[in-house]
Structure formats: structure tokens, C-alpha cells
Design a binder for this molecule. Structure first.
Ligand SMILES: [Zn+2]
Length: 281
């Protein structure tokens, strides 16, 4: 009886703990979750070489992506608005000219993950609208080029970012990417490709999905579809010549692989994508 009094609560506690912390089982094939991380109300589109009235839509989407692979998970970009900006009871939160309707951790919880479950973190680049919740993933292994990491922790910091939102990454386990391609899980289904220019270590993400086919997530290689159509190079690139070369290389890669290009900030195209908890496979 005494033993039961001790063992039963012990059993129940460990059972409930398991329920609370267990991440979803790894999928059999790659799953891609498109997570709604808000909208940018772009105050001035002229740096993109396009006037507001020339654009069908001047606002930009801010998606985050979770890739679930049989061997682990990868978070690609982490929103503009940090979860900490959500005040209790408020339905929206902001950061500069970004607005979001739900914290990223809440979106992940909807599909059974906590940030601590995520194996790898990769950011397309260091600008403020991609690093809002960098700190949440300080326990993940960070996949980054040295050039990008250096500008992220430069002193004084770049005005194009919000260093407090990713400061915890400084001590994260880090893998420096120094090749054109980095095969995240070793089976060529999830590949980070170097595409510098927009920032020193800007990168894009290639995914080979079993049913959907190949997809390439753009980072900020382009912001608007019109920018791609008219081949406009934004005035604010870190290195415009590199951007020209990266666009050429990635366009060739799209042709070779037959991958669809998903321009992350393309609000109209993004609105048509299935959103988490649904996923692409
Ligand atoms: Zn951006």
C-alpha cells in the first residue's frame, strides 16, 4: 500500500511529463510548415526601384518555416516581431513596421513543438524582419556563415537589425558554412545555398519534397515578384554585384532542378500557401 502510494504518483507524474514535453515523432518524409509570422507595412518602396502604385501589393508577408525531416528539424527565419512584444490580452504585436497576430512559440505549440525541440536554426540573413525570435532557438545548432555572424555581432551594430532579438545565439553551438551548398541532413532533401549580396552571408533554402516537388525559399533574393520580372536590384543591397551574381546562379539552379521559387515576402503568393498546422510534403 505504501509502495503504491509512492509509485502511482511517480508513474503519473512521469507519464504527464512525457505528454507535455514529447516532440512529435519524426515524419517518414520531409514536411514543410509555412508559419504566418506577420506582415510588413512597407513605408517606402522606392529602395526596391518600384513605386507603390506600380505594385499590385506593396505590403510584404513575413513567413517562418519549420522543416521536419526524419533525422531532425530546421527552423528557417524567425519572424520580425519578437514573442516578448505580445502583451497579455492583446491580439496583435508590432516591431518597427511589422505586425503579427500570434507569437511564434504559440504557432509551434499548435503543431506540438517547443523551440527547445528544434535541431537546427538557419536565418536567410540578419535583417530585423528575419531574426525577431532568434533567442528562442539558442539551444539549436546554428547554421551560419562567418561573414553573416560577424555583421550580426559587429560593434556598433547595423541599423538594419535588432541585436537584442538574437543576442543569445552568441553562445549557441555553431556550424560555419563555407561552401556554396550545405546539405543539412545528408540526403540532399534540405540544402542551404549561399546567395550573398543582400547581406554578406545571405542564403536561400532548397527543399526536395516527395509530393510537392522541389521548392526554393528565397530569403530576400527578391522581395516582390515585380522585382524579379523587371530585374530590379534594390538600392540598399550590401553588395549589388554579388546580388546580380547570386540571382544568376540561383535562377540557373531553379532551371536545373525544376524547383518552384517561393518569394518569402510576396504577400499575394504567400496568402495562397497552406499554413501551419497544415504542411507540404
Ligand atoms: Zn526581409
Amino acid at each position: 500500500m505504501v509502495l503504491r502510494r509512492i509509485l502511482l504518483p511517480l508513474f503519473l507524474t512521469s507519464f504527464l511529463t512525457c505528454l507535455a514535453v514529447a516532440a512529435p515523432p519524426p515524419p517518414k518524409s520531409v514536411h514543410l510548415y509555412v508559419i504566418d509570422c506577420g506582415v510588413l507595412d512597407i513605408p517606402d518602396t522606392t529602395p526596391y526601384g518600384l513605386k507603390k502604385e506600380e505594385l499590385k501589393e506593396y505590403r510584404m508577408s513575413v513567413p517562418c518555416f519549420l522543416i521536419a525531416h526524419p533525422k531532425g528539424t530546421l527552423m528557417w527565419d524567425t519572424a520580425a516581431v519578437p514573442d516578448g512584444n505580445f502583451k497579455p490580452g492583446a491580439s496583435t504585436a508590432t516591431m518597427r513596421y511589422a505586425t503579427s497576430t500570434k507569437p511564434l512559440a504559440g504557432r509551434l505549440a499548435d503543431i506540438g513543438y517547443v523551440p527547445g525541440d528544434i535541431t537546427y536554426l538557419a536565418l536567410s540573413h540578419f535583417h530585423w524582419d528575419h531574426v525577431g525570435n532568434g533567442n528562442l532557438f539558442a539551444g539549436s545548432t546554428w547554421l551560419v556563415t562567418k561573414a553573416e555572424r560577424d555583421i550580426m555581432f559587429s560593434n556598433p551594430p547595423s541599423p538594419r537589425t535588432e541585436p537584442q532579438n538574437f543576442s543569445a545565439l552568441k553562445n549557441s553551438k555553431t556550424v560555419y558554412l563555407n561552401t556554396d551548398e550545405y546539405d543539412v541532413f545528408g540526403d540532399r532533401t534540405v540544402i542551404i545555398k549561399a546567395a550573398p549580396g543582400h547581406s554578406p552571408g545571405h542564403q536561400v533554402l532548397f527543399l526536395k519534397l516527395q509530393k510537392t516537388g522541389p521548392v526554393l525559399l528565397s530569403g530576400d533574393l527578391y522581395h516582390y515578384p515585380d522585382e524579379r520580372r523587371l530585374n530590379k536590384i534594390p538600392a540598399t543591397e550590401f553588395n549589388a554585384d554579388q546580388t546580380v551574381a547570386s540571382r544568376k546562379a540561383i535562377e540557373a539552379y531553379l532551371k536545373t532542378t525544376g524547383a518552384q521559387l517561393w518569394i518569402q515576402h510576396d504577400l499575394i503568393a504567400n496568402a495562397k500557401l497552406k499554413k501551419s498546422p497544415e504542411y507540404y510534403e
